[in-house]
Design a protein. Sequence first.
Length: 178
Amino acid sequence: MVRDITPKPQAVFGVIMGTGVGGGLVIDGKVISGRHGIGGEWGHNFIDESGGDCYCGKVGCVETVFSGPALERFYKSLCGSEMRMKDIAAAYRKGNDPAADQTMKRMFSMFGKAISQIINVVDPEVVVLGGGLSNIDELYTEGVEQLRQHIFNSKKVETLFLKPKLGDSAGVFGAALL
């Protein structure tokens, strides 16, 4: 799903969804860190009280609702069993685990709601999804479909949602460049 993007996009939002949830914003090829150094911070915005308390001191942050551990806790709350997200996604695809179905639908719904905040404010041409949850292919279809319910425009999603070219190693390469 790697695409050459021509012309170069003016605004790109990078999302990390794994153990935690975060983001970064690039405008005209420059990382926007902002006045407080938190430009693009996406994981600690309110999305839903059901996420509970966050270590940042707030309640219902994006990270508390659909990081990998948050979704795994949600799954366990439904059925009492522990399962890793990759296995929950596999059970969802098989269609024989109601708790996996509810967990995945929660992820898609909350992703659409949360990413709509970025789309409505920044309207980036491209959103690059990274982290372990970005390996769940349905996020690019069912998750993006949920976005339509929350964006301001005519419900037409023209934003490109892409996987990082470097896959799960993108963060390591970025750290090495620093």
